[in-house]
Write a protein that binds this ligand. Structure first.
Ligand SMILES: Cc1ncc(COP(=O)(O)O)c(C=O)c1O
Length: 344
């Protein structure tokens, strides 16, 4: 009798443990799993992980690149959109008809627009004027609404507008710039996929540009979880300008999605031992074009990341190491920008 009870207990414990494994992601135990995701039309949770490929340009070093532009909406932001919205759904903080509102210069809004379209939610993107026209059209195509904030107020103005809306309307704010689930999506998703695909399963350096910082912080944590002694590297775009006294540099705004210090997720304490590699905006653009010429349909932040990874490979201590970076989004979003200027 006692043996049967023990066996039943094992079956129950195993079943509960299995229930917590949602394809690709690991949800905290506190989340109720009884509130199922939509059964009709909802295809995105069935998609496979994105490929991880070693890429060498000309005689340069080999860099392992995660092709996240192959996510369904065309960017890595599908991961955080799914993770945050699915979690809110399972916790019953949102339901069909809820309005989701997010401030984003593009990729996150597009990803949220797709996820909301899939789950029967309303979506409003709040964006600073001046984002590429393609982005606005894609969001509208998914049934999302776009509200513009003044260009001069930048992304901070867009964030303030979402907080103002939350005071007067019942809306759900994913808050990508302060929500730790942004990093968790990469820690429990992207990082695990990379480790599964990487021969040897160990990473020495992880390189990424920073918008919210979710990618770099999440990958770093995911690799540390697996026991890797990994150096996080911030790929920072800059512009050179000659002043009367000296040459100086400032943050480059030519790389969409990569922003200067506005996130609560990205901090030195979240990334101990972080190195920063500066890449000129024009170098990032040239590298993006080289990647396109090699058949990788990527946007400018991929060129930034790849060029920074090449510079990391030149460092003696990482010469033989495994360097991983990410290609966040697709080239089609940039037809009307300087990336394609020379091809017009
Ligand atoms: C195209 C693109 N690249 C890179 C990033 C940076 O990723 P993260 O926000 O995780 O730092 C973003 C962020 O929005 C982006 O849109």
């Amino acid at each position: 009798m006692r043996r049967i009870q023990a066996r039943e207990a094992i079956v129950v414990v195993t079943a509960v443990a299995m229930l917590h494994i949602i394809p690709g992601y690991w949800y905290p135990r506190s989340i109720s799993l009884t509130h199922h995701l939509p059964a009709t039309n909802y295809y995105i949770q069935m998609l496979s992980p994105t490929p991880l490929v070693p890429i060498r340009l000309e005689d340069g070093p080999e860099i392992w690149c995660k092709l996240d532009f192959l996510n369904p909406s065309g960017s890595t932001k599908d991961r955080i959109a799914r993770f945050i919205v699915e979690k809110a759904w399972r916790e019953r903080r949102i339901a069909r008809g809820t309005t989701v509102v997010e401030a984003s210069s593009g990729s996150t809004s597009i990803a949220l627009a797709l996820v909301c379209a899939q789950m029967g939610l309303r979506f409003v993107a709040v964006m600073p004027e001046g984002v590429s026209n393609e982005r606005v059209k894609i969001i509208r195509a998914y049934g999302g609404e776009v509200r513009m904030t003044p260009r001069s107020a930048g992304i901070r103005g867009a964030i303030a507008e979402t907080e103002r809306m939350a005071e007067t309307e019942t809306v759900f704010l994913p808050r990508q710039f302060s929500n730790e689930d942004n990093a968790a999506a990469h820690r429990f998703g992207t990082a695990r996929e990379i480790l599964n695909d990487l021969p040897g399963g160990a990473v020495d350096a992880v390189v990424s540009g920073v918008g919210t910082g979710g990618t770099l912080v999440g990958l770093y944590r995911g690799f540390c979880d697996a026991g890797c002694r990994v150096t996080p590297v911030h790929a920072r775009p800059i512009e050179w300008s000659a002043t009367e006294d000296a040459e100086c540099c400032s943050f480059s705004t030519r790389i969409p999605g990569v922003l200067d210090s506005i996130s609560e997720i990205f901090s030195e304490s979240a990334l101990p031992g972080m190195a920063t590699v500066e890449v000129r905006g024009d170098e990032a653009m040239d590298t993006t074009r080289k990647l396109m010429c090699n058949g990788f349909p990527v946007g400018p932040s991929s060129g930034l990341n790849y060029r920074a990874a090449q510079l990391v490979a030149e460092r003696e201590e990482l010469h033989e190491g495994v360097i991983v970076t990410i290609f966040p989004d697709r080239m089609e979003r940039y037809f009307s920008t300087e990336l394609f200027g020379a091809l017009a």
